[in-house]
Write a protein that binds this ligand. Sequence first.
Ligand code: SAH
Ligand code: SF4
Length: 411
Amino acid sequence: MTLSFDLTAEGARDALRARAVPAEKPSLIGLTRAELGEALVASGIVPERQAKMRAQQLWHWMYVRGVSDFAGMFNISKDLRAELYKHFTVARPEIVEEQISADGTRKWLFRFPPRGAGRPVEIETVYIPEEGRGTLCISSQVGCTLTCSFCHTGTQKLVRNLTAEEILAQLLTARDRLGDFPDRDTPDGAIVPAEGRKVSNIVMMGMGEPLYNFEAVKKALLIASDGDGLSLSKRRITLSTSGVVPEIFRTGEEIGVMLAISLHATNDDLRDLLVPINKKYPLKELIAACRAYPGLSNAKRITFEYVMLKDVNDSIEDAKGLIKLLKGIPAKINLIPFNPWPGTNYQCSDWETIEKFADYINNAGYASPIRTPRGRDILAACGQLKSESERMRKVDRLALEAMMIAGHGEA
Ligand code: SAH
Ligand code: SF4
């Protein structure tokens, strides 16, 4: 059963719109500490000598307390709060819809305001609660420039990169909705880890190729892992790439998060078809970049994602090829059952085939968890972060408009 809060209803929508970011006011979310101080000074409301202290104060309110309104920042004078309000915002984005699956998976459809000459855009973020952890799957772009043949996002043109603020907004809003900030209550009936943080892990596995939006992703993840703020351990943040080789080393060196590679094939001929960026950066280069990933050790392994496609890449020969390819790399292998979407020519491998494949890999000494499909009733799985929006576009005039503006709607 799907429990869906229809935030397209008039009243609910108005209430959320009231919290939404007015496009003309710059947000303080997503700035580095130094940039935050500079923005305050440049606006003329904070003297230079106070910049560092004020930046620290705001940082705490925004990222430790999760406050989304200057009015809640009690140790800042009323006058300064009013000035901050005039010049800036810390508000959350508009939530167009929140869906909750029977298994506790949640999916949000966010609308972000236009940037420059663009139009509003919509993206999806998914929360997956499990025993002992809660994982948030974050998007880095609206659409994707790449065209992996089994991925629904790949059928959608790139509309634009998300800003660091928009990437962080997904985390902040999810934490709001789950009651994951101090002094907040978790909504009744929500499925969340029994102890600890509700969002304990982040995966950059939503829409888009994070390494084609490197600077914004870097900024957002450094803020998410800042020890005096959102404070997520870098060990609990995983960035997934289709294999943008030139940015892989930088990811380790400058961001320092865990790396996942969307491998899906073990020879260039097949990988060229499944993950076309392979034509630009073939397996040899990709594997060399993985071997050189900074900080790699048995305690810090690379995850290799492998989508199970029936009669395409799921034979024991393929499993052998996989083991051979990854020899000597501290690796985890993540087998992902293919999530079909309307119009795809691929099918998910049979369960028996997946198990045989997994057994082979386990015998070769790799832990190879099969990612359990989650949130199927709300289409919250990987590679499906488009279909639901399409369905909603049919029933939601505004969303339909956004789609046509974004140039990828035939409706
Ligand atoms: N662009 C990045 C991150 C987003 S995709 C990347 O490609 O790594 C996140 C993961 O979901 C990738 O491993 C991707 O290959 C996988 N994926 C995409 N479509 C899928 C589908 N229909 N079924 C299962 N996995 C899919
Ligand atoms: Fe883009 Fe990743 Fe989908 Fe490939 S799998 S099209 S890189 S989102």
